[in-house]
Structure formats: structure tokens, C-alpha cells
Write a protein that binds this ligand. Structure first.
Ligand code: SAM
Ligand code: SF4
Ligand code: SF4
Length: 380
């Protein structure tokens, strides 16, 4: 079968067309990569656009009026996304996370969720479908999302103080609107809602305790607040190690105010270290991608808005699945699901990415001089 190398559809990031092996066993849900890691989680970016300009993700100076976002024709359609998701599910994926950019900017997203919610694992189970959002449109959309089959939602919220929040989103968006989005998500049954706070030393570390106190008091067990170390994703945010506040320091700040107890992890490959308030008021999590790399359990693949597959958040090279979805075999027939599954299985079985571990060991390089993918493009 052909191994044609089609010219790159979008030159922003290198993405060769995956090789379709001539003979491959049908997916059995057990594919593992070179480090023995299964494929369990697919993150799907549904848009590269966003109505915020968080400086750690889409700094205004870069993502300005002249920035060329992907054209509409480049985006995978909902049918194409669902087809890819179905193939990944056959390989063992049980969890889908929609992200972006801001996923709620994609028109009629509930239509996609409906299609994804109809998929079943090989054992006949529904998928765990979740969404990461900045919360700005959540109040309006929570009910439709839930009705379509969304199970859970993660809301990003970096500060409780309105002035700091407006400065961090850099579009003067008020924090009260995001809080109303969280309220709406809980009200329609999407609880417990995860709330993610990216902590940047010198920017919002004074918000850690006030936000924790607020969440405990207002939401109790309906919200799990998670603190995320500021990461060196992409190449535009001017990341510096001295702006990273290690999770251990965040926890020490919290421990001065609240008694915390460590919890067991509840899923293999879970990125957050879980703790709970000793008084039973709820749970907090710490995502320490910089100081405690968790590559060993990384079972996540990422699909970009225009159908490129990335095997690591820090990759500079994707794999152009859209070329297989829209292209043809050398004999003119479209590629079948089985053939695309075989190509994906081969890619995963050859995966050996572990960027964060190498960074911790002082051995990470930014790839072979190629530009790393940006967070707004691939999602969290
Ligand atoms: N726009 C949505 C949002 O903000 O939730 C979804 C996409 S956003 C890229 C996904 C997550 O990545 C957010 O929780 C955001 O805070 C996080 N993120 C973006 N840049 C980051 C960075 N440099 N370090 C750590 N987390 C980052
Ligand atoms: Fe937009 Fe989310 Fe990036 Fe902020 S973190 S700029 S909300 S995509
Ligand atoms: Fe996974 Fe890459 Fe992050 Fe390691 S650095 S946890 S391999 S995405």
C-alpha cells in the first residue's frame, strides 16, 4: 500500500502524512507505545481562536489583528472529528476532552457532543466526555452542553480579584461572568466542576489562598480547585523558570490556612496530585508538569483543529490525519477506517515522547530547531 508523502497542507507546523501499513491487525484496544503506555485519552481542539488573550498562552503582541488563524475550510468537520474519535476508541480511548482555543466559540458545539456521546467503547460503555473552557460563554451554554451528553467541565480561573483577572485575560473580561458560568454548570448537573488556576509567580500567587477560601465556602464539594504550574509550552509566552511557582510551595501556602490530607490517585495517568481539606470541605489538586513530570503515565493524544495528531504537548511535529480522512489511496479509493486505525496504531506504537521528564533531567531540547506547538492551537 502507498507511502505517498503529500505536501504539507498547512505550513505552520511540520506534519507528514502518516504511513498506512500494508497489513495490520484490527485495533483491539490494547495498543501501547515504546514505553508501554496505553492510549486512553484523546484531547480534541475544536478551534484555534479565543476571546481571551492570557499572556501565558496567547500574548496580545503576537495574537493581534494580523494574526492568521486557521481558515474555516481547514477545520475538521464534526463528522470528521467523530470518525477520528471512533477510531481512537477502538484503540482503547475512553475519555475525550474538547478544548481549543476557546471551544465554546465553535458554532453549535453541542452538535459535536451529541455525535461523540453516541460512541461506545468495545465493551459497550459510553465515553467520558469533558470540556475545558475559559467559562466566558458557559452560563449561556451549560444546559445545551449537558443535554447533548457532556459529562463534566473544567473551567480556567486564574484569579478571584476582578482587576487581576481582567489583567490576566487581557481583554478586560469580568470575573463575575465566569463565576456565573460555574454556577450554571453546577446547576445543570455538571458537578463536580474542575477549576484550573495557572499560577505565575509575581502575577497571581496572592490569589491562591483567597480563591481556595472562596471555592471552599461557595461551592464545597461541587468544585475541585486545581493549581497548575506555569509551563514552557509553545514559543510565544516568554516562559522563565523563575516565574514558575512549584506546587509544593502552593501547597505550603494553603497548609498555613487549611489542614490538608493526601488522597490516592483515582485514575491511571491522572495528572493531578489530589488532596482534601481535613474538615471535609472538598478537594484540591496540584498539576506539577514542571517540577514533577508525569510522562511515565502519559496516555494522552492530541488532535488539532485541522486534524493533525500530536503525541506530546511539547512536540514540534504532528501527523496529518486530515490528509488520510480527505485523501485517497493510490488506487483512488478513500482510506477505510481500518486503514486509518492501522496508521494511528503504528504511530502510537512508535511513540517515545517524554519531554517533561527530559526537561527535569536537564536534557530537553526544543526539537530539531523546529517551533513547538502553541497551547491555543492544541489545547491543554
Ligand atoms: N480556552 C480554554 C481555557 O482556557 O480553559 C481551553 C484551552 S486552554 C489552552 C487549556 C488550559 O491550558 C487552560 O486551563 C489554560 O489555563 C492552560 N494553559 C495555557 N497556557 C498554559 C501555560 N503556559 N502553562 C500552564 N497552563 C497553560
Ligand atoms: Fe484563550 Fe484558554 Fe489560551 Fe486563555 S488559556 S488565551 S482562554 S485558549
Ligand atoms: Fe505527556 Fe509529553 Fe506532557 Fe510528558 S511532556 S506528560 S509525554 S504530553
Amino acid at each position: 500500500m502507498g507511502e505517498t508523502i503529500i505536501p504539507l497542507a498547512d505550513l505552520r507546523y511540520a506534519a507528514p502524512v502518516p504511513r498506512v501499513p500494508a497489513a495490520a491487525p484490527a485495533p483491539n484496544g490494547l495498543v501501547a507505545d515504546r514505553l508501554g503506555r496505553p492510549l486512553h485519552d484523546l484531547r480534541i481542539s475544536v478551534t484555534d481562536r479565543c476571546n481571551f488573550r492570557c499572556s501565558y498562552c496567547m500574548p496580545k503582541e503576537v495574537f493581534d489583528r494580523d494574526y492568521k488563524f486557521l481558515p474555516q475550510t481547514s477545520l475538521l468537520s464534526f463528522e470528521e472529528i467523530t470518525r477520528v474519535a471512533r477510531i481512537f476508541v477502538a484503540h482503547g480511548v475512553a475519555k475525550l476532552r474538547l478544548t481549543g482555543g476557546e471551544p465554546l466559540l465553535r458554532k453549535h458545539l453541542e452538535g459535536l457532543i451529541e455525535q461523540l456521546a453516541a460512541l461506545r467503547t468495545p465493551a459497550g460503555e459510553p465515553l467520558d466526555i469533558t470540556l475545558t473552557t475559559n467559562g466566558s460563554l458557559l452560563e449561556r451554554k451549560a444546559r445545551a452542553l449537558r443535554d447533548a451528553g457532556l459529562k463534566r467541565v473544567t473551567v480556567s480561573l486564574d484569579a478571584l480579584d476582578d482587576a487581576i483577572f481582567r489583567r490576566m485575560n487581557d481583554v478586560d473580561f469580568p470575573v463575575a461572568d465566569v463565576l456565573r458560568g460555574i454556577d450554571a454548570a453546577i446547576a445543570v448537573g455538571l458537578a463536580p466542576v474542575k477549576v484550573n488556576m495557572v499560577v505565575k509567580r509575581g502575577t497571581n500567587e496572592h490569589e491562591i489562598v483567597p480563591l481556595a477560601r472562596f471555592v471552599r465556602e461557595r461551592y464545597g464539594r461541587n468544585v475541585v480547585l486545581r493549581f497548575i504550574e506555569y509551563m514552557d509550552v509553545g514559543a510565544t509566552n516568554g516562559w522563565r523558570m523563575d516565574e514558575v511557582l512549584p506546587s509544593d510551595e502552593v501547597r505550603a501556602l494553603l497548609a498555613r490556612e487549611f489542614a490538608l490530607e493526601r488522597l490516592e490517585p483515582n485514575a491511571n495517568g491522572e495528572t493531578a496530585e489530589r488532596w482534601r481539606y481535613a474538615d471535609g470541605a472538598g478537594e484540591v489538586g496540584f498539576i506539577s508538569s514542571v517540577t514533577k513530570a508525569f510522562c511515565r503515565d502519559c496516555n494522552r493524544a492530541r488532535l488539532s483543529t485541522e486534524g493533525k495528531l500530536f503525541l506530546c504537548l511539547f512536540a514540534s511535529r504532528g501527523h496529518d490525519l486530515r490528509a488520510l480522512l480527505r485523501g485517497q489511496r493510490p488506487d483512488g479509493r478513500p482510506w477505510s477506517d481500518d486503514e486509518i486505525a492501522a496508521a494511528i496504531g503504528l504511530l502510537w506504537s512508535e511513540r517515545d515522547d517524554r519531554y517533561s521528564e527530559l526537561r527535569s533531567a536537564g536534557r530537553a531540547e526544543a526539537g530539531s530547531g523546529e517551533r513547538r506547538i502553541e497551547m491555543h492551537y492544541i489545547g491543554g
